[in-house]
Design a protein around this ligand. Structure first.
Ligand code: AMP
Ligand code: GLY
Length: 423
């Protein structure tokens, strides 16, 4: 099978690495790709924002299957366009991608189908939103409705912060994404992520993971795209996984189908484990980054037939086997991230892959044949071990073998899982 992978992050490097191991694969192409992905795929310069060009590339290259990594092309309708052209594609339609593209859409679906989530209201102007917040009190959560690169959420501990967040949204801090706002009850508990494939009528649960969103050790400082992750997430007991499937994921699948937009792709559920059980914080409609990196390290099965079955409505014919071990990834970012950072700084050395440890590339590029950092999140040092503590130790050994002066990372990824191992 000839496959085209869309995307250029650490998530796509992990997908490329895993797809490349498939005996069913005859050729792997990637666009836009990165130097890590280039170890496993032929890089294409087709513009992924030009849907007609992507279709033309698939026809010219006789691509059998397209795997879309990031959310932006899904929300823009790339999967619809490819399917219309007769090309099998992994990833939801634009209509179904509203689960990630519009927080209000997801909250309304939860209300319609009784899916546990925080109480909420949607607002199109500041004064009504503020009146509601004043009536509810803090803590309270303010969310720009649309895609805001992970930055559109304010967990306001005080009334002042909450009102300021409303002004930010309606003053255009998140562009069109902030033209509508969701105000939501604050949920307290431990967070976890759950990944499940869906072909529209069948579900295939994958695995649990937990990420670290804050930039600083001890989960302090501003939010980022994710500074590290591990899988499994020990907070997700088998009972909580079963409840997540029956109370959240299955009703979402049925509701989306009933509402005329069957979901095909990966449900990435952000959960809060509250006193009442799992509650939905948000959906993403693609693999997490860096959660995908740890999932791929734990997946024993061949990824390609699983994703193909998902895309062709035959998910009931496949299973996914997992290593019991813990996988843990540490994100190395450019100094200054998530604020301003220098681009083009040299990366002098990356340790070679071992069967239990691998560095995935995210924001890297080749400049005059030398590897440089071009993004905020740049490398993902990923390792597996029999415990979270051992996986962490191996991941940091990998980190310490990386020579990149302008990089930094958190030093405590996985601490909650390790605390659970040593109560
Ligand atoms: P999101 O961009 O929706 O993932 O939100 C970013 C982060 O905000 C989440 O990972 C949570 O830590 C936090 N958050 C979002 N919604 C809530 C909520 N209703 N209660 C408490 N924390 C929340
Ligand atoms: N790591 C969080 C995300 O991919 O959205």
């Amino acid at each position: 099978m000839k496959v085209l992978l869309i995307g250029s992050g650490g998530r796509e490097h992990a997908l490329a690495w895993k797809l490349a191991q498939s005996p069913r694969l005859t050729a792997l192409f990637a666009a836009p790709g990165n130097p890590g992905i280039a170890e496993h795929a032929t890089i294409s310069d087709v513009d992924i924002d030009d849907q007609a060009a992507v279709v033309a590339f698939c026809r010219d290259t006789a691509i059998d299957f397209v795997v879309v990594g990031p959310e932006a092309p899904l929300v823009a309708g790339l999967a619809d366009r490819l399917r219309k052209a007769g090309i099998v594609t992994f990833g939801p339609s634009a209509a179904a991608a509203q689960l990630e593209g519009s927080k209000g859409f997801t909250k309304d679906l939860c209300a319609q189908y009784d899916i546990p989530t925080g109480a909420y209201r949607r607002f199109g102007n500041a004064s009504e939103a503020k009146a509601y917040i004043e009536a509810q009190g803090a803590p309270i959560v303010i969310k720009a409705d649309g895609l805001a690169a992970g930055k559109g959420v304010t967990v306001a501990m005080t009334m002042g912060e909450a009102l300021a967040a409303i002004d930010d949204c309606f003053d255009g801090a998140f562009g069109a994404a902030g033209a509508e706002v969701v105000v939501e009850a604050f949920l307290s508990g431990e967070e976890a992520s759950f990944f499940c494939l869906c072909d529209g009528r069948t579900l295939l649960p994958l695995a649990t993971a937990q990420d670290h969103k804050r930039v600083g050790d001890g989960d302090t400082g501003p939010n980022t795209g994710g500074m590290g992750a591990y899988s499994p997430a020990p907070v997700m007991t088998p009972d909580l996984v079963a409840r997540t499937m029956t109370e959240i994921i299955a009703p979402t699948m049925r509701g989306m189908a009933k509402n005329g937009m069957p979901f095909s792709g990966v449900f990435f559920a952000g959960l809060m484990i509250t006193d009442k059980g799992p509650e939905l914080i948000e959906y993403n409609v693609r693999f997490g980054d860096p959660e995908c990196q740890v999932l791929m390290m734990r997946l024993k099965s061949d990824l390609l037939p699983i994703l193909f079955a998902c895309a062709t409505g035959t998910l009931d014919t496949v299973t996914a086997e997992w290593h019991d071990e813990t996988a843990l990834t540490v994100v190395l970012a450019s100094k200054g991230y998530p604020g301003a950072y220098a681009k083009g700084t040299p990366i002098e050395a990356i340790p070679a892959e071992r069967n239990d440890a691998k560095v995935f590339h995210a924001g890297t590029a080749l400049k005059e044949r030398k590897l440089v950092a071009t993004g905020g999140r740049v490398l993902n040092a990923t390792a597996v071990g029999p415990t979270a503590a051992i996986a962490q130790e191996k991941a940091y050994q990998l980190v310490d073998g990386i020579v990149w002066d302008n990089g930094f990372c958190r030093r405590d990824i996985g601490y909650l899982a390790i605390e659970r191992e040593n109560p």
